[in-house]
Design a protein around this ligand. Structure first.
Ligand code: HSC
Length: 698
């Protein structure tokens, strides 16, 4: 027996304790240990077996690190079948999270008891796979077809109470899993309870699976695993035996296991956790973070304040006038109302947050005692410099001075203070209390413990924090500017904004770039173009002015009802604006361009090549430390489809040589825009991948 499973005999009960921290993942040692434990219990004449987990949880699932590698030892599905087939009474005692293969082991046990705080579910869809150890066959047998479909296709976890009501567990009891499990096993033995195998229960109810499959496929926006789960549950209902259903489950599981989507989703799972673990921050303690200040109570500042308040941090909100401060409070209260409605906070908490934890101020002196200040004022260097000069004068020693700028030079901002080591960029995405991404922009002189505090704040606010270096647009907006240009060039050459948006939503993006531009406000890009033109653009850069004409006419997108699309009150989404097509046609004529047709595939190929090329430059220049930092930025801030893992994971799967070939082909038409990233050329020449870089730098 392996050390991963402890064996103990208490009377007639053999106790199998999983000890594989941190989450008792069902890796090789655990599987072999469980098998040996069951066999020993049977040989030694025990009457019942109790399975439970040491530490913070029962089994949180199969060991994901084993996926994609040759499997050793007993397969989890075979282990589950073996547990279920045992002639002894097998009891599982659940605490923490019984997820995926964990819940599948529990469902193979004959009885299940849980502590009240236990949570359980089959979250495999989030990894691009399906429950492959009998979960799609056993869960519907206890919870019914509809409940099982809902849980499996969404990956939703349920609490112990809901699980009891759904028949997933048999009993809830307060206490330690070992104690409640032993008491339950003894009670079952005392009452001569029968061995009760879920797999021997009748097949679940058959429903119109084709309709559910189609609806699930549509909802998945290109993600295959949820719809494939429907087919597996269908097999539970329609197969003549459990064995036949399990066979079908295995076939479907293997299809997904061998898919690119599985690779993308698992890359996202691990990168999401690796992104905030920077080698340079190992052992660096963050500074004290007990209160924060926010300057500017517009949409962004109010969103940041809301997120901070919800995390338990008191906030001083500074505005120019009392009226503006009250308006900021109104916005924050509006955001918190949303949290109240969704049951995230109580009425009493709402009052405490708005009336006690939030302080309004118009005088910088009010910021003298906070640990960290985030400035969210107008995006203009001269304005930022005034703000930072004042902060430098009033803030206490050691306070962190942060700017929420989305593209300005944080070094220049830091240089106007006497303490550049305390200055950092904290780039939130709007609405800041909703969007998960936080770019932590590290300037040349930023102290390491200030960076560590930035990550600590991100963790408290439940953000995905990514370290970025200083450059125009940092990681995300810099890459966005480039792939937007690729889209703009395709428009000049003959594609329509609507074809591009459609091709990219079909690829899996939440929205296409032109629908996004309408949502963000066309005036933002307009201001940026004016700034770039004033700074002087390279004459080789292709520029277009049709959007400026829309802006000059007061059409800024959704907020004015008209942009690339026309928006009608009360309707979701918009319809193409014919004026845009006219303006584009006029600009092509003026530039002497004969429009050509683009296929959707060509659109995606070019768009992605531009994105990957700029991303490779961002990594090569050290603006992003690792490819995974870019991937997480695009996933959490720019609507990149999670099942593709991020642009650089996508590029690895697609083949870096293929992506480079697209860039080189583009360079034949426009060698200014399509300049291959040196890092990409290097990787192709050496036959390496972006993932190799992730491994080398983690
Ligand atoms: C599965 O079960 C498939 C089966 O249906 C079928 C298999 C059949 C095979 C058939 C063959 C023919 N594995 O998140 P945290 C690590 S799929 C390995 O920070 P928390 C994690 O990376 C699985 N490692 O903690 C991190 O490592 P680090 C279904 C895992 O308290 C550390 O543990 N299960 C792992 O915030 C701590 O994690 C799931 O999808 C795993 N399964 O959250 C559950 N799970 O310290 C996935 C975690 O080095 N896990 N790690 O960074 C979770 O959702 C969360 O980790 C918990 C804990 C909620 C469990």
């Amino acid at each position: 027996m392996t050390d991963a499973i402890g064996y103990e005999r208490i009377g007639d009960v053999a106790v199998l304790k999983a000890q594989n921290p941190p989450v008792n993942a069902l890796g090789f040692d655990i599987r072999e240990g469980l098998l040996a434990g069951i066999e020993r219990a049977e040989q030694e004449g025990a009457k019942a077996v109790l399975i439970y987990g040491e530490g913070r949880t029962y089994f949180a699932g199969a060991d994901i690190t084993e996926f994609g590698k040759p499997l050793r030892g007993i397969f989890l599905p075979d282990l589950c079948n073996r547990i279920e087939a045992s002639p002894l009474i097998v009891v599982s005692a659940l605490h923490g999270t019984a997820l995926g293969g964990g819940l599948e082991v529990a469902l193979s046990s004959h009885y299940r008891i849980a502590v009240p705080s236990a949570r359980m579910g089959l979250p495999e869809v989030h990894l691009g796979i399906l429950p492959g150890a009998g979960g799609t066959q056993r869960l519907p047998r206890v919870a019914g077809t509809e409940k099982a479909l809902e849980m499996i296709t969404s990956g939703r976890q349920v609490g112990a109470k809901e699980a009891l009501e759904a028949g997933i567990i048999d009993k809830i009891s307060e206490g330690e899993p070992r104690e409640i499990g032993l008491a339950y096993a003894q009670e079952l033995l005392d009452h001569d309870a029968p061995r009760r195998a879920v797999g021997e229960l009748p097949a679940p109810e058959a429903i119109n699976f084709d309709a559910v499959y189609e609806a699930t496929l549509k909802k998945g926006r290109g993600q295959l695993s949820p719809a494939t789960c429907v087919r597996a549950v269908q097999a539970a209902a329609e197969s003549s035996s459990l064995e036949e259903g399990l066979k079908r489950e295995r076939e479907l599981f293997m299809e997904l296991m061998n898919s690119d989507q599985r690779q993308g989703m698992i890359h996202a799972f691990f990168s999401e956790r690796a992104v905030s673990k920077l080698p340079e921050l190992k052992g660096v303690a963050p500074r004290e973070l007990a209160s924060i200040g926010v300057i500017g109570g517009g949409t962004m500042g109010a969103g940041i304040a809301t997120a901070a308040l919800l995390s338990g941090l008191p906030v001083v909100m500074l505005e120019m006038t009392e009226e503006a401060a009250e308006a900021a409070k109104g916005r924050i209260a509006g955001n918190l109302q949303g949290a109240l409605k969704r049951g995230k906070i109580s009425e009493a908490q709402f009052t405490q947050l708005t009336e006690e934890a939030l302080t309004l101020a118009t005088d910088y002196a009010a910021l003298s005692d906070v640990d960290l200040v985030i400035e969210a004022v107008f995006e203009e260097m001269s304005v930022k410099k005034v703000v930072f000069g004042k902060l430098d004068a009033v803030c206490k020693k050691g306070a962190i001075l942060a700017s929420n700028t989305s593209y300005l030079d944080v070094n220049e901002i830091a240089a106007c203070t006497s303490r550049p080591e305390d200055v950092i960029g904290l780039h939130f995405f709007s609405p800041a209390h909703v969007m998960k991404l936080l770019e932590i922009v590290v300037a040349d002189k930023t102290a390491l413990d200030v960076v560590a505090t930035g990550f600590e704040l991100g963790k408290r606010l439940k953000k995905i924090s990514v370290r970025a270096g200083v450059c125009d647009g940092f990681i995300g907006n810099r890459i966005l500017a480039t792939y937007r240009k690729a889209a703009d060039h395709m428009i000049l050459d003959g594609a329509s904004p609507y074809q591009i948006d459609k091709a990219l939503t079909d690829f899996g993006f939440a929205m296409g770039p032109f629908a996004v531009a309408d949502l963000a406000g066309l005036d933002i890009g307009w201001a940026m173009r004016k700034r770039k033109r004033a700074e002087g653009m390279d004459p080789r850069e292709r520029d277009s002015s049709y959007v400026d004409k829309m802006c000059e006419a007061g059409n800024f997108g959704q907020k004015t009802g008209k942009g690339y699309y026309i928006y009608e009150a009360g309707k979701r989404g918009g319809t193409p604006n014919p004026e845009v097509s006219d303006l584009i046609a006029a600009e092509r004529a003026e530039k002497g361009i004969t429009p050509r047709a683009f296929t959707d595939e060509e659109i995606v190929t070019r768009y992605m090549a531009a994105m990957v090329n700029e991303a490779a430059k961002v990594v090569g220049e050290g603006i992003a430390r690792r490819p995974l930092d870019v991937d997480m930025t695009l996933l959490f801030g720019y609507g990149f489809p999670r099942y593709r893992g991020g642009p650089l994971k996508w590029a690895d799967i697609e083949g870096l040589d293929k992506v480079l070939a697209t860039i080189k082909a583009g360079a034949e038409e426009d060698d200014y825009f399509w300049q291959p990233a040196p890092l990409l050329e290097e990787l192709v020449a050496e036959g390496r991948s972006f993932d190799d870089l992730n491994k080398e730098n983690s």
